[in-house]
Design a protein around this ligand. Structure first.
Ligand code: ADP
Length: 491
C-alpha cells in the first residue's frame, strides 16, 4: 500500500508533544512491513536543514489561497530510514520561530493542507491513503471530497483522520471558507459550520472516509458530553467509522539499555544501573541524594488537561509530611509555572522544577525516577506512562483514555502475598483525595522492597511496541480506501 502520513510535527524534525512521537514512529513501522510510506509536514524555521539533509525536489509552483495564489516548493529529507519526508516550503508562512499559536494559523494550515494535495502531481506520486492528523490537516479530507472530487488523479485516495487531542480544534472566523476556496453552501451545521465559526477539526471529522483516535477508551469517551469538547454529536454520528488504536512507543528511542542521555544503562535483567541514574538525577536537580526516598517524576506540557490542579491540592501537605521527592519538567501555562515555582521555593529539598522543554533531561527523569505521575483530567493516549514503563519507572495515573488502557492497578491482597500482575497505580475519580491515596499506595509498596521489585518487573514487561497497532492501522486504511472508491463523488 502507498501511504502518505500528514502531520504538523514529526520526530526528529520538530516536536511539541506526543503527535510528533507518533508521526516519527508509526510510518517507520508501516514501511518495515513493506508499505511505501512517506510523510509530509511544513518547513518551520526550527528545522535544521543541514543536519537532516533537506534538498529541493520540485520547482516552485503556485497554489490557490483565498482569492489569490501563493508560491510553494517541496523539499525532502531521508533522515527517517525508509520513509521519505516532504517539507512544504513557504517562507512567509512557516519560516518563523514556534510551530503554532500564530495569529494567522488559519492561513498557514489552509495553505499546508492545499499544498499537500497540489504537491502530488508535482512529485508524480500518489498515495492510496492519506493519514491526516489533528486540526492542522482537517481540510485534506474536505478538499478531496469537494474541490478535488472529480480530479481523476486524486479522487480515489482514501483518508483516515486521526484525533490525537479533541480539545485542540482550530476554530477561526468563518472567513476561512473563502481562504480555503470552499463554497458557502457547505457552511451549514451538518458540514463545516460550528457556532457561526469555522472548525478545522470538524471539517476533518465530517469528510474523512474513516476516523481514528489513539486509544480504545478515548474513542468511547469522546462520544460523551464530558469528553466530546462540543463535538460529541459528530463523534456519535460517525461512531461506526471510528477506530480506537492505542499508540505505541519507539523502543529504539526509549531504551534504558542504550539511551545515550542516561549516566548508566540498565534493563529488566540487570536493573542495577537505575540506582546510579536516580542518584545522578537527584544531584542534577539539587535534591539530597538518598536511595531510600521515592522519587516521583513528571514530564509534561503544563496545561489544565494534565491534572496539575490536583497536584497543587496534594503536594503542599505531602511535601511537608512525607518522605518523598518530586521532579517536574514542563512548560506551558504561566499560571502553572508560577504555582510550581512557589511550591519549589517552599520545599527546596523535596521538589525540583525545571520549566523548559528539554529532551535529554526528560530521558534522565524517565530513567532516574522511581515512579511517574500522570493525574490527567483526560488523556487521549499518553506516552509518558508507556515511556516510564520501559524504564521500570512505575506510573501513578488517573484511569482515563489511554492511561486506562495501558496501566493496571497493582493492589496487594490483604494477606501480603503477591499482587495481581499490575504495572502501576491508578485512580478513577478526579479528586485530590484519590490521587493522594494512589501516591500513598505507591509509597507503601516502595518501602517494601520485594513488592517494588515485582511491580518494576511488570513495568519492564509491559510491551507497547508499534507492530500490533500498525496492523490495526492497516485494517483502517483498507476500509478507508474501499469507502473512497465506492462513495459517490462530489458529496
Ligand atoms: P501530549 O501529547 O498531550 O503532550 P503525551 O504524553 O502523549 O502528551 O506526549 C508527551 C511527549 O512530549 C512525551 O514524549 C514527553 O516526554 C514529551 N515532553 C512533554 N513535555 C516535555 C518537556 N518539557 N521536555 C521534554 N519533553 C517533553
Amino acid at each position: 500500500m502507498k501511504i502518505l502520513y500528514a502531520s504538523a510535527e514529526v520526530v526528529p524534525f520538530a516536536k511539541t508533544g506526543g503527535l510528533a512521537d507518533v508521526a516519527g514512529a508509526l510510518p517507520k513501522v508501516l514501511a518495515s512491513m513493506g508499505h511505501e510510506t512517506r510523510i509530509v509536514m511544513p518547513l518551520y524555521a526550527c528545522i535544521d536543514r543541514a543536519k537532516f539533509g533537506l534538498r529541493p525536489v520540485t520547482d516552485t509552483f503556485r497554489i490557490p489561497h483565498g482569492h489569490e495564489s501563493i508560491e510553494v516548493s517541496i523539499e525532502q529529507s531521508d533522515a527517517i530510514p525508509g520513509v521519505p519526508t516532504y517539507f512544504i516550503r513557504n517562507d512567509y508562512l512557516f519560516d518563523r520561530p514556534g510551530l503554532y499559536g500564530q495569529p494567522d494559523d488559519d492561513h498557514r494550515f489552509v495553505a499546508y493542507s492545499r499544498a499537500i494535495l497540489e504537491m502530488l502531481p508535482q512529485l508524480g506520486w500518489s498515495p492510496d491513503v492519506i493519514n491526516c492528523n489533528d486540526w492542522h490537516t482537517g481540510l485534506v479530507p474536505t478538499y478531496l471530497k469537494t474541490l478535488y472530487a472529480d480530479d481523476p488523479r486524486l479522487r480515489d485516495i482514501g483518508t483516515i483522520y486521526t484525533i490525537h487531542n479533541l480539545a485542540y480544534q482550530g476554530v477561526f472566523p468563518k472567513d476561512v471558507m473563502e481562504l480555503a476556496g470552499l463554497p458557502w453552501e457547505l457552511f451549514t451545521w451538518d458540514r463545516l459550520e460550528y457556532w457561526g465559526r469555522f472548525n478545522f477539526m470538524k471539517a476533518g471529522l465530517q469528510y474523512a472516509d474513516k476516523l481514528s483516535t489513539v486509544s480504545p477508551t478515548y474513542a468511547k469517551e469522546i462520544q460523551s458530553e464530558a469528553y466530546g469538547e462540543g463535538l460529541q454529536g459528530v463523534m456519535t454520528y460517525r461512531k461506526a467509522d471510528l477506530y480506537g488504536i492505542l499508540n505505541g512507543i519507539d523502543y529504539e528511542v526509549w531504551s534504558p539499555r542504550t539511551d545515550p542521555d542516561l549516566p548508566a544503562h540498565f534493563s529488566a535483567d540487570d536493573p542495577s544501573g537505575k540506582a546510579k541514574c536516580k542518584a545522578a538525577l537527584q544531584q542534577e536537580m539539587g535534591l539530597p541524594v538518598d536511595a531510600h526516598v521515592p522519587v516521583f517524576g513528571l514530564v509534561t506540557r503544563l496545561s489544565a488537561q494534565k491534572g496539575l490542579d490536583l497536584l497543587d491540592a496534594v503536594l503542599p501537605a505531602m511535601l511537608q509530611k512525607e518522605a518523598l521527592q518530586v521532579v517536574i519538567l514542563g512548560t506551558g501555562d504561566q499560571y502553572f509555572h508560577d504555582m510550581l515555582t512557589k511550591l519549589a521555593v517552599a520545599h527546596p529539598d523535596k521538589l525540583a522544577v525545571s520549566l523548559k522543554f528539554d529532551n535529554a533531561l526528560a530521558h534522565r527523569i524517565y530513567g532516574g525516577s522511581d515512579a511517574f505521575l500522570m493525574p490527567s483530567h483526560y488523556e487521549p493516549c499518553g506516552l509518558g506512562q508507556m515511556i516510564s514503563l520501559a524504564y521500570g519507572t512505575v506510573p501513578v495515573v488517573r484511569a482515563t483514555g489511554g492511561l486506562a488502557d495501558s496501566v493496571k492497578e497493582s493492589r496487594r491482597p490483604n494477606n501480603g502475598g503477591v499482587h495481581n500482575g499490575g504495572n502501576g497505580f491508578s485512580f478513577e475519580p478526579y479528586t485530590s483525595r484519590a490521587l493522594k491515596m494512589a501516591m500513598n499506595r505507591a509509597m507503601t509498596c516502595f518501602a517494601d522492597a520485594p513488592c517494588w521489585r515485582e511491580i518494576m518487573a511488570h513495568a519492564f514487561q509491559s510491551d507497547f511496541s508499534w507492530e500490533a497497532s500498525a496492523r490495526q492501522y492497516m485494517k483502517a486504511y483498507e476500509s478507508a480506501i474501499a469507502h473512497a472508491r465506492t462513495r459517490p463523488v462530489g458529496v
